[in-house]
Design a protein around this ligand. Sequence first.
Ligand code: HEM
Ligand code: HEM
Length: 203
Amino acid sequence: MLRSDGDPELRVFDPTTRILHWLTLLLVITIFVLAFSIDFASSKAEAIILIQLHRSFGVTVWTATLGRLVWRQFARFPNWPADMPPIMRLAAQLSEYALYALLLTQPVLGLLWTNAYGDRADIFFLGRLPALIGRDRAFARRLGEAHATVGYLLLGMIALHASAALYHHFWRRDDTLRAMLPQGRRRRDAQLGADESQRLSQR
Ligand code: HEM
Ligand code: HEM
């Protein structure tokens, strides 16, 4: 990924990056809500539907994350705010890589866990994915623990990441969050338009 330090004007992420970013957030919220609803299901049939939906959205977010990583190779990302210290840039970059790593690891753990206790993921009730490993009760227990741990790690990283975004917006008052908002470009264009008409009216 290229931070376009050579182009100080570029202060928004491209539309594809922004769409995939907020789509990921929606998917992740859905996945956690489904995971925590399973224990409250009123029947076994309802629990199965919730689990299969959890698995389906989990596989979807894995695919979307791969898509994001591919897209990043072609995208030009906005430059960092000029007054952002190198250590903060490094922390931002490392936490973003950590989010990618967790989003890719977690669905694989979930899939292996499902297979290890003898089940298969039915993707949106359209068809079952083949099992990657055979039934293994002891391994299933360990995979279940790993899936829960990585799930909470992911929640923690997301909380840190969102707090950092809000810190940039409300404390440092830079345009980090605006650069990622869905209407980022419109806002910037509106600002550029306003600056231009002000410049013309001063002539
Ligand atoms: C980023 C994607 C995912 C996240 C964040 C996630 C998160 C979670 C969380 C937090 C739990 C509850 C853990 C606990 O407290 O015991 C859970 C349960 C579970 N997850 Fe995932 N998961 C993801 C993807 C998947 C995938 C792709 C599969 C399988 C294909 C899967 C299979 C399961 C299963 C079988 C359970 C146990 C449900 C139950 O019986 O209570 N997960 N997941
Ligand atoms: C599931 C939750 C989230 C995940 C997995 C996530 C992941 C990421 C990743 C990987 C990036 C790097 C850019 C990219 O590759 O597309 C990023 C950037 C960003 N995210 Fe999130 N994000 C999440 C939620 C949020 C939330 C809730 C906010 C706002 C409150 C937010 C604000 C931002 C901002 C402002 C950037 C740009 C930071 C920069 O300039 O490097 N994100 N996010």
